[in-house]
Design a protein around this ligand. Structure first.
Ligand SMILES: [Zn+2]
Length: 53
């Protein structure tokens, strides 16, 4: 009974941690005005990157 609850708790903790870690990066990235180039996945989001060097 406790295992599913533990798994859900771990997943939520990881998601929350990832959000906390990604927020500063997102803010800094949004404040930078220089072009990151076509390779920047954030400026050019690619859900399915086919071409992987
Ligand atoms: Zn970028």
């Amino acid at each position: 009974m406790s295992t599913p609850t533990y798994v859900v708790g771990v997943v939520l903790a990881l998601v929350a941690l990832a959000t906390v870690l990604a927020t500063p990066f997102l803010l800094v990235h949004s404040r930078t005005e220089h072009d990151h180039g076509p390779g920047c996945w954030w400026c050019h989001p690619r859900l399915l990157p086919r071409k992987r060097r």
